[in-house]
Every structure is written in structure tokens, then in C-alpha cells.
Design a binder for this molecule. Structure first.
Ligand code: PLP
Length: 404
């Protein structure tokens, strides 16, 4: 049978026309399309300010700089995330201090944070993993009491919501100090590559705009429009973290598709829950009263005793591509240094190395979960195929796949 996709971006005529419009305008780097995308994105998430950049990684780097993270500081975060989360901390010369995740959600366990705070701690960088909101209210509360900034890695979480102040609010208002989004094709809204910072601080928003364009005091859009000669200067060290107008034009069209896309994914997720409910031992995604995921990924926990790789292989043999659980940065060679392997440095758990006692749930989440296909245009038939292949995957080979 024809393999089904694992994920795919939804790009169509509207995005093609938008890219063509930007090309025809003669202004293709950061310009009016970027400004419009920022306004529309800010409105969508309910943020006072949004600043577009070249990726979520760039956004995380700028967010950490804005709250003053520098050499010899520590930032409390999770190892169980895409590696860019921890890397951004190291770009600042600071040290990621990893805390464990909750088994149920795969998100930062707020009860682990306080123990990890030291006099060098400067910020908490939490992640809304795979789109499922972390317990941001508890994390912000701990951060406020300890005088720490809270940055949200919302790379996956466009359109996700939490219930606060008696109503549903989108991730990115932000609920911490700064939220960082990604527009990589694996996320729900894509611009090829791209990112967005949202904040309530006008001061930080100004900093982001300076830093993303080489620290240039006068943006080129202003110089070009000016009737008199302006010489720009460079008061601070900046970066080239610009988004282009080509990307932003596509992003604006993607944002228009998002409500329908979210509704479709929520329907599919509910249907997965029904289809998988009677497969013994499978852990389905949690239903949280205070959070709504955007279902960027549909993550299931494997029954005890079944092998992750073998399960994924048998599904692939059936034309069903899957992904393993989210990685853990502390298990990678680029983190194989005791300095940041584990919360308190080298300890009884034997860090560095492939195994860390303090990050047991993080490692379990990587090894004992898989992500199932979920993409725009997925049909009932496709979903039925995934469910029945999954039910078959754990039966001894050659036996009947009938379920009574
Ligand atoms: C995708 C992702 C990133 C990186 O996003 P880019 O836009 O590719 O830089 C960072 N953090 C998390 C949790 C992600 O999923």
C-alpha cells in the first residue's frame, strides 16, 4: 500500500501569489511585508509587540540577551527538547541547567525548578513541547518569586491556548516575559525558515529590532524613504537575523489558514483517541482542563516491554512513518561535558554520558514514546490504517491481526 506522509506543510496558490507579489514589489528583504506579518501575528496571539527574525533559534538567542543572560550565568531549561533550546543558552556563553519533565505531558516539571536555582541563575527557559502548553502559570510564579526572567520556547505552539484569568488565551501574549515561535516547515505555520518574538516590553521590542539588523540605528526602510541624507550608525553589536519580505508574505497567508488547520487537527486528534482507546498499554495524550494543544504532533506512550525501534520499523513496513520521542540534548556528544550534562554537574548519576538519573523522565520520554502521522488532508482511511497497523505491530509476527 502507498505510504502515507508523516507531516507536511500546507502551501498552495495563496502562498505562491504572495511570494510573487513580494518579488514583483522590488523590495524583497525585511520591509513592508515583514511589518504587516508582525502586526497580524501580534493580533492573532494577543501580544502587544511582535518582532520577526530568521528562525526560532535566533529568537531564543535575542530573548536570552534581552533579559541579560551572559557568560557564567545559568539558565534553567529542559534537556528533553529540540537541541536549539539548549544551544541558544550556550550562544550567550551561559550554562543550560537541565531539569526533568513530567511523564504525563513531556513538559518541564515545575517541582524540579526550585532545587536547580543557584546564585548564578538568571532565567528559566521553558518549552511548550510539540505544541502542548507547559505549566506556565506555575513556572512564572516560581520565576517571579526568585527574581528570574521567564522565556517561553513556543517554537511549536502557534495556536495553542491556556485558560487564565477566566478565559482562553493563546500562547504568545506572552505569559512569561518573551515568547519565541518557529516557522520551520515542521511547524503549523511556515515561511521556509523564520521566527517571531512576542513581548509586552516596548524596550525589548526595540532591542530586538536593533539586534536583528546588525545593530543599525536607522533601518534601511527609513533611509530609503527619506528626502534628506541620513547616515546610520552602529551603537551596539548586532546580528543578521532578518526575515525577508518573501518569507513574511508567505507567512501572512499561512496565518489565514491557521484557524481551519487547528480545527482539522483537533478533529483528527479526537478521532485518534477513539481509534486507539482499546489498544492495551498505549498511553494517549493527556486531556488538561487548562490547556489546548495545537496538535503539532500526536504523541503516544508505548506499552511496557515493546521495543520502540522495532515498533517504528513494523509500522514503516506497513507504509506508516513515525518519529521517535523528542530528543534529549544531554545525551548528544555536543553536550557530553559534565559542565552542563545534568542539573548539578557531575554527580552520583554518572553524568556525562548517555544516562542521567536526574533526567529519568526525559530519557524515558525519548525512548518510550513515538509520534504518529498527522497532516493537513489526512483522511479517515489513513487514520484507520495507522490504528490497525499499530494494533498489529505488537503481535507476534504471522498471527492474525483480527481484533474481536
Ligand atoms: C523547531 C524548534 C526549535 C527551532 O526552531 P528553528 O526555527 O528551526 O530555529 C526550537 N525549539 C523547539 C522546541 C523546536 O521544536
Amino acid at each position: 500500500m502507498k505510504p502515507i506522509p508523516f507531516a507536511r506543510p500546507e502551501l498552495g496558490k495563496a502562498e505562491q501569489a504572495a511570494a510573487a507579489r513580494a518579488l514583483a514589489s522590488g523590495w524583497i528583504t525585511q520591509g513592508p511585508e515583514v511589518a504587516a506579518f508582525e502586526r497580524e501575528f501580534a493580533e492573532f496571539v494577543g501580544a502587544p509587540h511582535a518582532c520577526a527574525v530568521s528562525s526560532a533559534t535566533a529568537a531564543l538567542h535575542l530573548a536570552l540577551r534581552a533579559v541579560g543572560v551572559g557568560p557564567h550565568d545559568e539558565v534553567i531549561t529542559v534537556s528533553h527538547s529540540f537541541i536549539a533550546t539548549a544551544n541558544a543558552i550556550r550562544y550567550c556563553g551561559a550554562r543550560p541547567v537541565f531539569v526533568d519533565v513530567e511523564r504525563r505531558t513531556g513538559n518541564m516539571d515545575p517541582t524540579c525548578i526550585e532545587r536547580a536555582i543557584t546564585p548564578n541563575t538568571r532565567a528559566i527557559l521553558c518549552v511548550h513541547q510539540l505544541g502542548l502548553p507547559c505549566d506556565i502559570a506555575a513556572i512564572v510564579d516560581i520565576g517571579r518569586r526568585a527574581g528570574l526572567a521567564v522565556i517561553e520556547d513556543a517554537a511549536c505552539a502557534v495556536g495553542s491556548e491556556i485558560f487564565v484569568n477566566g478565559r482562553w488565551e493563546r500562547i504568545g501574549r506572552p505569559h512569561g516575559d518573551i515568547a519565541c515561535f518557529s516557522f520551520h516547515p515542521r511547524k503549523l505555520v511556515t515561511t521556509g525558515d523564520g521566527g517571531m518574538l512576542t513581548t509586552a516590553s516596548a524596550k525589548w521590542n526595540e532591542r530586538f529590532r536593533l539586534w536583528r539588523q546588525h545593530g543599525m540605528s536607522v533601518p534601511d526602510t527609513v533611509r530609503h524613504g527619506s528626502p534628506s541624507i541620513i547616515f546610520e550608525d552602529y551603537p551596539v553589536l548586532g546580528f543578521n537575523y532578518r526575515m525577508t519580505d518573501l518569507q513574511a508574505a508567505v507567512g501572512r497567508e499561512q496565518l489565514k489558514r491557521l484557524p481551519a488547520l487547528l480545527a482539522d487537527r483537533r478533529r483528527r486528534a479526537a478521532r485518534y483517541a477513539e481509534l486507539l482507546a482499546d489498544i492495551p498499554g498505549v498511553d494517549l495524550p493527556p486531556a488538561l482542563a487548562w490547556a489546548r494543544t495545537n496538535w503539532q504532533s500526536y504523541r503516544i506512550g508505548l506499552p511496557d516491554g515493546v521495543d520502540q525501534r522495532a515498533t517504528m520499523q513494523r509500522l514503516l513496513d506497513d507504509g506508516i512513518p513515525t518519529r521517535r520521542g523528542v530528543m534529549c540534548a544531554h545525551r548528544e556528544a555536543s553536550y557530553g561535558d559534565a559542565d552542563w550534562s545534568c542539573g548539578a554537574g557531575p554527580g552520583p548519576c554518572g553524568c556525562p554520558g548517555a544516562h542521567c538519573e536526574r533526567l529519568r523522565e526525559s530519557e524515558r520520554a525519548q525512548d518510550r514514546t513515538i509520534l504518529l502521522p498527522l497532516y493537513p488532508g489526512m483522511t479517515d482511511d489513513d487514520q484507520d490504517r495507522v490504528a490497525s497497523a499499530l494494533a498489529r505491530a505488537w503481535q507476534p509476527q504471522g498471527t492474525s491481526s483480527c481484533r474481536v
